[in-house]
Design a protein around this ligand. Structure first.
Ligand SMILES: NC(=O)c1ccc[n+]([C@@H]2O[C@H](COP(=O)([O-])OP(=O)(O)OC[C@H]3O[C@@H](n4cnc5c(N)ncnc54)[C@H](O)[C@@H]3O)[C@@H](O)[C@H]2O)c1
Length: 436
C-alpha cells in the first residue's frame, strides 16, 4: 500500500498548553531556525538500516519515510487558563528566558481555546477558561466546531491530536464504555463516568483526527473509542509518555533479565515541583500514574516464567511534590539484585532529569508518526509506537511489550514494512553461508 505524500499544513492539536506542550513548540521553532539540533527525536536524528550490513545503506528515518516537514506544523491548543503559549511557557519555567525569547513569536501565536474540564477529574487544579453546555455530547460538538474553525483558519490538510493535559483521576472502565452506542448515549446523559479526555478523543475521531494520549488517563483504552477509531479508519495510541524513571527502568530491566540476574526489589522515588507534580499530589491522580508506571517491570521480567529470579520482586513507586525543584526532577532508584549462588548486589541510580525536555521530542515523533499512520491508512491501536509509552496499548488478547529494545526493533521493522523493504531479523546467517 502506498503512503500519501504529506502535502500542505499539518495541524497539531493539543489539549493542555503547559510545560510539555510549550517546550515542544519552542523546540520545534528552535530546530526550524537552526538554534538547536533535534536531540532526542528519533524521527529527526535516527537512522534505519536497509538491506544487508554490507550494503552500507543507513538513511535517516525522515529521509526514508515521507514525514511532514517541521515547517508545515501549525499548533492549536486548549487550556483552562487563557495564557498564550509564551505566557504559559514562562510560567512553566522549563526553558531559559533567552530560549523563550527566541521562540516568542511561535509561542505567542498559540492562543488556547476554551477547555472541556471538570475538576472532579483533576482535583488539584481549576481555571475559568472553560466551555459549558447542558451535556457532554454538546461539549464534544463544541470541540468539533473548534477543530473545524482551526482547520479553516490555518488551511491545514490534516490534523493530529496529542493529549498533553493534566493527569485525570483513576477509574476503571464500566458498561457505558463498552460500546460506541452506549458511550454516545452516556455523552447525551451527561454521565459522570465520561472524563474530559474522552470527550476530546471522541471529538477528534469524529472530526477525522487521530488521537494519541500522553498522560496515563483511561481515555482511549476503552472499547467505545477503539470501535470509533476502527469505524472512522483512524489511528490511536497511548498511553503516558515514557520519560524519566520509567525510561531508565525499561533500559535497565531488559539488560538484567538478558543475563538472568535476579531482582528482589525495585524502589523508585522522585521529587518534582512543576504543575504536573502538583496534580499528582492528589492521591487519585497519583493512582492513575502509579498503575501506569508499575506495569512495566512485571511485563519485562516475567515472574511467572522466571520464578527463581523475579517471583518475590517488591516494586514500589513514589512521586513527591516538592516545589523548589520545578521541572528539574530528581529520581532515585534502588535496585536489589542477586547473582550466582544467590549473592546480593545493589544498583543505585540518581537521575537528575528534566521531564519536559525528555517529553518534548516524544511529542514531535508521535505527531509525525500519527500523521504518517493516517496517510498510510493504519487504523486503530498503533502498537508499533509502544516505544514512546509507559503503558503501551495493545489488542485485548496481547500483553504489552515494554522492553525498549524490542519496541525499537518493532518500530523500525514497521517502517520497513510500510515502505516495502525487507524486514531485519538480525539472524545474519547469510554472512556465513560460505562456511557451510
Ligand atoms: N513531562 C513528562 O515527562 C511526562 C511524561 C509522561 C506523561 N506526562 C503527562 O503529560 C501531561 C502534561 O504534563 P505537563 O508537565 O505539561 O503538565 P502541566 O501541568 O504543565 O500542563 C498541563 C496543562 O493542561 C491543562 N489542562 C488540564 N486539564 C485540561 C483539560 N481538560 N483541557 C485542556 N487543558 C487542560 C492545565 O491547565 C495545564 O496547563 C501530564 O498529564 C503528565 O502526567 C508528562
Amino acid at each position: 500500500m502506498d503512503t500519501k505524500a504529506p502535502a500542505g499544513k499539518l495541524g497539531v492539536l493539543i489539549p493542555g498548553l503547559g510545560a510539555v506542550s510549550t517546550t515542544f513548540i519552542a523546540g520545534v521553532d528552535a530546530i526550524i531556525n537552526g538554534h538547536s539540533a533535534p536531540i532526542g527525536s528519533l524521527t529527526q536524528m535516527g537512522t534505519i538500516r536497509l538491506g544487508k550490513r554490507t550494503d552500507n545503506n543507513n538513511p535517516k528515518i525522515k529521509e526514508f519515510v515521507p514525514l511532514a516537514d517541521l515547517g508545515d506544523l501549525v499548533f492549536g491548543a486548549w487550556d483552562i487558563f487563557e495564557d498564550d503559549g509564551f505566557q504559559a511557557a514562562t510560567k512553566a519555567a522549563v526553558l531559559s528566558p533567552q530560549d523563550l525569547e527566541k521562540a516568542r513569536t511561535a509561542l505567542e501565536a498559540v492562543k488556547p481555546m476554551k477547555a472541556v474540564f471538570d475538576q472532579e477529574y483533576v482535583k488539584n487544579l481549576d481555571g475559568d477558561y472553560k466551555k459549558s453546555a447542558p451535556n457532554k455530547m454538546l461539549l464534544a460538538e463544541m470541540l468539533m466546531e473548534d477543530i473545524k474553525t482551526f482547520r479553516k483558519t490555518n488551511n491545514t490538510t490534516r490534523e493530529v491530536m496529542v493529549w498533553c493535559a493534566s493527569t485525570e483521576v483513576y477509574f476503571e472502565p464500566s458498561d457505558i464504555h463498552s460500546s460506541l452506542e452506549k458511550f454516545e448515549a452516556a455523552l447525551r446523559d451527561n454521565d459522570d463516568r465520561i472524563a474530559p479526555s474522552m470527550i476530546y478523543a471522541y471529538a477528534a475521531l469524529k472530526s477525522g483526527v487521530p488521537f494519541f494520549n500522553g498522560a496515563p488517563n483511561l481515555t482511549v483504552d476503552i472499547p467505545a473509542i477503539q470501535e470509533l477509531a476502527m469505524e472512522t479508519g483512524l489511528p490511536i495510541a497511548g498511553k503516558d509518555f515514557k520519560t524519566g524513571q520509567t525510561l531508565i527502568k525499561t533500559i535497565l530491566a531488559p539488560g538484567l533479565k538478558s543475563r538472568m540476574l535476579g531482582v528482589d526489589g525495585w524502589f523508585s522515588t522522585n521529587i518534582l515541583g512543576n504543575r504536573d507534580g502538583e496534580v499528582l499530589d492528589d492521591p487519585m491522580s497519583f493512582k492513575t500514574k502509579e498503575v501506569s508506571k508499575k506495569g512495566a517491570l512485571d511485563y519485562i521480567l516475567q515472574p511467572d516464567t522466571y520464578p527463581d529470579l523475579y517471583k518475590d520482586l517488591y516494586h514500589k513507586v513514589r512521586i513527591n511534590y516538592y516545589p523548589p525543584r520545578g521541572d528539574a526532577k530528581e529520581g532515585w532508584d534502588n535496585i536489589d539484585i542477586f547473582g550466582w549462588m544467590g549473592y546480593k548486589m545493589q544498583i543505585k541510580v540518581d537521575f537528575l532529569c528534566r521531564d519536559s525536555i525528555l517529553a518534548a521530542p516524544i511529542v514531535l515523533d508521535l505527531v509525525l508518526f500519527a500523521d504518517l499512520a493516517l496517510r498510510h491508512n493504519m487504523r486503530g491501536i498503533q502498537e508499533w509506537l509502544s516505544f514512546y509509552f509507559k503503558s503501551p496499548m495493545v489488542a485485548p488478547e496481547l500483553y504489552p511489550e515494554h522492553d525498549i529494545f524490542i519496541q525499537l526493533t518493532k518500530l523500525k521493522n514497521t517502517l520497513r514494512w510500510m515502505m516495502g523493504e525487507e524486514l531485519i531479523t538480525h539472524v545474519g546467517h547469510e554472512y556465513y553461508d560460505s562456511y557451510e
